[in-house]
Design a protein around this ligand. Structure first.
Ligand code: TYM
Length: 329
C-alpha cells in the first residue's frame, strides 16, 4: 500500500485568525486530514520577528491553539503543536542558514514589506525568517505545504535550500511542493481590495476576524469598498467585487459563474449583505466551539505537551541525519 503523503503548515499567533487565513489556509488543512498525514503548528517563534508584548503573545498562542481545534483540526487525526516547544526547529534553522546566501534573503518580498512597515526594528530574525520556515517544513519531510499565495516565495526558497543541501551533503530532505488553492489564495482587504486581508491592518474594517460576531461581520461587509459600476461580475479591474464573489463562492461551494447568475440584476447593497450573511453563518460554529474550548485550559495544555513530544520524535530523526551529514558529532 502507498504511504500517505505528509502535509505540514503553520500560522503565526499574532492575533485572531482572519477570514483570509481561514479561506486561504486553515479550511484546506481541515479537509486534508482525511487523506494525508498532517502536521499543523502555531509559529510563535516567527512572531518574535516583530515586537510582541510578552503576556499578550502567550495568551494569543493559547487562543490560536484552541482556534485551530475550533476550525476542525482534530488532534486524533493530525499532529498539532506549538513551534517553540520543539527545539529541533531552531537547531536545523542554524544549520540551514549556512547554506543560505545573504542575497537570496534580501530578495524576499515579505522582508522588504516588513522592513518598510517597521523601519525601527529591522532585526536579524526578520531577515532569516525564511530559513526558520524552511527548517519547519524540511524537518517533517513534508510532501505538500498548504498556504496562501503570499507564502509562495518562501516555499520556493525552501525548495532551493533543500536541493542545495542535498546536492552538497547527499539526500537528506524531501523537496516539498506548495499547495495553493485556486480560489481564495489571496483574500483582499474589505477597505482596500488591492491589499491582502491581514490581521495587522490598522483599519479593523479591512479584515474579518473569525471571532467577530454576526453584527460586526455584516457591518464590515456593508462598508466594503467596491466600485462605481452596478454589475456583479468577476472582471479585471473590479477588485472589490471580485474579492466578494470569491469569498462567497469558496464558502458556499458555488462557482463564480453561479454566484454571478444568482445576483444578476441585484444591487451592490443586497450582494454585500448576502456575502456578509454567508460569512457570519460559516464562522458561527467556529465561534461557538472556540468559546467552549478556550475555557478547557488543562485539556489544551495536555494537547500542547503531547504535540511537543510527538513533534520532537518525528523531527529529531531528520535533525540527527542533517547533523551527521554536515559533520557534527
Ligand atoms: P501567516 O500566519 O501570515 O498566515 C497563515 C496562513 O494564512 C495564509 N493567509 C492568507 N491566505 C489568503 N488570503 C489572505 N489574505 C491571507 N493572509 C494569510 C498564509 O498564506 C498562510 O498560509 N510564515 C507563515 C507561517 C509559517 C509557515 C511555516 C507556513 C511558519 N512556518 C511552514 C507553512 C510552513 C506565516 O506567517 O503565515
Amino acid at each position: 500500500m502507498d504511504e500517505k503523503k505528509i502535509i505540514l503548515s503553520g500560522i503565526q499567533p499574532t492575533g485572531v485568525f482572519t477570514l483570509g487565513n481561514y479561506i486561504g489556509a486553515i479550511k484546506n488543512w481541515g479537509k486534508m486530514q482525511e487523506d494525508y498525514e498532517c502536521a499543523y503548528f502555531i509559529a510563535d517563534l516567527h512572531s518574535l520577528t516583530v515586537y510582541q508584548e510578552p503576556a499578550k503573545l502567550r495568551k494569543q498562542t493559547m487562543d490560536c491553539f484552541a482556534l485551530l481545534l475550533a476550525c476542525g483540526i482534530d488532534p486524533e487525526k493530525s499532529l498539532i503543536f506549538v513551534q517553540s516547544t520543539v527545539n529541533t526547529h531552531a537547531q536545523l534553522s542554524w544549520i540551514l542558514s549556512n547554506v543560505t546566501q545573504f542575497g537570496e534573503l534580501g530578495r524576499m518580498t515579505q522582508f522588504k514589506d516588513k522592513s518598510e512597515k517597521h523601519p525601527d526594528n529591522i532585526n536579524a530574525g526578520l531577515f532569516t525568517y525564511p530559513v526558520l520556515m524552511a527548517a519547519d517544513i524540511l524537518l517533517y519531510q513534508a510532501d505538500m505545504v498548504p498556504v496562501g499565495a503570499d507564502q509562495k516565495q518562501h516555499l520556493e526558497f525552501t525548495r532551493n535550500i533543500a536541493e542545495r543541501f542535498n546536492s552538497r551533503y547527499g539526500q537528506t530532505f524531501k523537496i516539498p511542493e506548495p499547495y495553493i488553492a485556486e480560489a481564495g489564495a489571496r483574500v483582499m482587504s474589505l477597505q482596500d481590495p488591492l491589499k491582502k486581508m491581514s490581521k495587522s491592518d490598522e483599519n479593523a474594517n479591512g479584515f474579518i476576524s473569525i471571532l467577530d460576531d454576526e453584527n460586526v461581520i455584516i457591518n464590515k461587509f456593508k462598508r466594503a469598498v467596491t466600485d462605481s459600476e452596478r454589475e456583479i461580475v468577476f472582471r479585471e479591474g473590479k477588485d472589490g467585487i471580485n474579492n466578494l464573489l470569491t469569498i462567497y463562492s469558496v464558502l458556499t461551494g458555488k462557482t463564480i459563474h453561479e454566484a454571478e447568475l444568482e445576483f444578476e440584476g441585484k444591487g451592490y447593497g443586497d450582494f454585500k449583505l448576502a456575502v456578509g450573511q454567508v460569512v457570519a453563518d460559516s464562522l458561527k460554529p467556529i465561534r461557538d466551539d472556540f468559546a467552549r474550548l478556550s475555557k478547557e485550559k488543562t485539556y489544551l495544555e495536555e494537547l500542547i505537551a503531547k504535540g511537543a513530544e510527538t513533534a520532537y520524535k518525528v523531527s529529531n530523526r531528520t535533525l540527527s541525519k542533517a547533523k551527521r551529514k554536515v559533520g557534527l558529532i
